[in-house]
Design a protein around this ligand. Structure first.
Ligand SMILES: [Mg+2]
Length: 222
């Protein structure tokens, strides 16, 4: 990261695969398949899911505007999931309902402690997400809402990361300048914050179980 120019006043966090993760999709695949009379091993289910999830993160898929409305979200993801129906009929809908609904996502085991540590440093906390639904109830469900000062959702802003527009909206909502802001994420789209004049920290893709490794962010804060 570049040397600090202005003191930090806020940390923005991406939501998906940074603070929260989807319910374990391979388990959903195995159990739904079994209830349909199809045996799929845990390893095979993981392969199937990894393939879909990786496909979902390509620039072509991201460019489809899936996080601008619930309708677009369902259409774009269901197109991608459709291939799974050849393995187990009906699997695409089950996966969409059980795994893609933001309300079913859960925090990593180190999310709470990381947010608390950021706030102890008297920094504001914002959530910036490409997401088709309000995340406030999702944080509230896990008692994390009091740790977040503002939420900036793509569907409300009408722009998705990596557009600088959504990052600038987040800074404005917290009353801070982009130069006083660190964006933390897991994906290339989060790097768009650099074009908005922010510092950026991208978490490593690999991590241990349900521990995201958010303590690395605290190291960045000094
Ligand atoms: Mg993410």
């Amino acid at each position: 990261m570049a040397p600090l120019s202005a003191p930090l006043r806020a940390v923005l966090f991406d939501w998906g695969d940074t603070l929260f993760h989807a319910p374990h999709a391979p388990e959903v695949i195995v159990s739904f398949a079994r209830s349909s009379g199809v045996e799929i091993s845990e390893a095979r289910a993981r392969e199937m899911w990894d393939e879909i999830w990786t496909a979902g993160k390509t620039p072509e898929e991201i460019a489809k505007g899936r996080d601008l409305s619930i309708e677009a979200h369902r259409r774009v993801w269901m197109d991608l999931f459709a291939r799974l129906d050849r393995v187990v009929p009906g699997l695409s809908s089950v996966l969409y309902e059980r795994v893609m609904d933001p309300h079913s996502w859960v925090p990593y085991t180190d999310t709470r402690s990381a947010l608390e540590a950021v706030r102890r440093r008297a920094l504001k906390v914002g959530v910036v997400s490409n997401v088709p639904a309000d995340l406030r109830p999702v944080f509230a469900k896990h008692g994390l809402d009091r740790l977040v000062d503002s939420y900036t959702h793509s569907f409300e802003v009408g722009a998705e990361k990596p557009s600088p527009t959504i990052f600038l909206a987040a800074a404005k909502s917290l009353g801070v300048k982009p130069s006083e802001t660190l964006m933390v994420g897991d994906h290339a789209v989060d790097r768009g914050a650099e074009r908005a004049g922010m510092r950026v920290f991208i978490l490593p893709a690999e991590f241990d179980g349900d521990v995201r490794g958010l303590d690395r962010v605290l190291a960045e804060l000094g």
